[in-house]
Design a protein around this ligand. Structure first.
Ligand code: ZN
Length: 315
């Protein structure tokens, strides 16, 4: 059976691009690896953050749009994004969150301690320590390599039909169910990052799309050939996937699982260094070829943004 390695990326909706950069780059220390626009709506940025290369399993992406109404986290959505921090760095992160006035709680799930907090738009974030995972070589502001977020640990899915969603994870995507505890089911995939998926079993309010909610979660396909096989499987199982779309940095298809969560399957290649050098990723506004002729106009419309070390966070 074909199996996904794990999470490719997660995409969320927010209101303000600079506030999002200050939080994910400034406070959490992720690298802005791509500054582009929403291909379907060029007046809106599409910002990608990740480890030093934005490799699959580390990429969180945002559509920041000021006019977007606030959403509500609930069923039919990914409810929580969880990142891996290196072993023994929890104290560092608690102190860092305090320093930037981010209120957090400490909690335990499946026997593991994590801290939970919200981003400025209300997205639910957790940090969990693990010994596995790969080192993120991107150091920023007051964050050194030994404390840097490595990438996704995983995500929590909120479904109105949790067992149907579980069935999709197991029998379509090929994840393995490894346990049930206190109202959560846990699944694992094989990659070293983005490999832990929980499904909430207790009832939740109905989710509403909007700012402060997650738009979709993307799963990894090794290459385009594998993506075609995924598409054939989804057609056969009557998930009505979209055609394969060119997203510049990967090829992708989309479908709704039975709980209503929007799933994407995206190829690992070509990745974010396909149109700009690794050293300067994320610095220039990157446009697909069909929008290059509108660059000047777009650069005037889009609000100016920058990655900056926050006040009091110099090395
Ligand atoms: Zn996506």
């Amino acid at each position: 059976m074909q199996k996904t390695a794990g999470i490719h990326h997660i995409t969320a909706m927010v209101n303000d691009p600079q506030r999002t950069i200050d939080f994910y780059a400034g406070v959490l220390g992720l690298r802005l690896v791509k500054k582009t626009i929403n291909f379907d709506r060029p007046e809106v940025y599409h910002l990608y953050f990740g480890n030093e290369s934005g490799e699959p399993g580390t990429a969180i992406t945002f559509f920041p749009w000021a006019k977007q109404l606030k959403g509500r986290i609930g069923t039919g959505q990914v409810g929580v994004i969880r990142f891996i921090i290196p072993a023994d760095s929890m104290e560092f992160w608690k102190n860092r969150l305090k320093k930037f006035n981010v209120k957090f709680i400490s909690a335990v799930r499946f026997g593991e301690k994590h801290v939970a907090f919200q981003d400025p738009d209300g997205l639910e974030i957790e940090l969990v320590e693990r010994r596995e995972g790969t080192v993120n070589h991107w150091a920023f502001g007051g964050i050194q390599e030994e404390n840097a977020i490595q990438g996704f640990d995983g995500a929590l899915l909120i479904s109105p039909q949790p067992h149907k969603t579980a069935d999709v994870l197991e029998n379509v995507l090929g994840l393995e169910c490894i346990g049930q505890e206190e109202g959560f089911l846990r699944f694992k995939s094989e990659a070293s990052l983005g490999n832990t998926i929980d499904i909430k079993l207790t009832p939740s309010v109905r989710g509403l799309m909007g700012a402060g909610t997650i738009h979709h979660i993307a799963w990894r396909a090794r290459d385009e050939e594998e993506l075609h096989k995924w598409r054939a499987l989804l057609v056969e199982k009557e998930y009505y996937p979209t055609e394969i779309r060119d997203r510049q940095y990967f090829k992708a298809l989309y479908f709704h699982e039975e709980g209503g969560i929007l799933f994407e399957i995206a190829t690992d290649p070509p990745g974010f260094s396909m149109d700009e050098p690794m050293e300067t990723l994320g610095q220039k506004l990157m446009l697909p070829s069909w929008l290059e002729s509108k660059r000047e106009e777009l650069e005037k419309t889009l609000p100016p943004i920058e990655v900056r070390v926050l006040e009091g966070d110099q090395k």
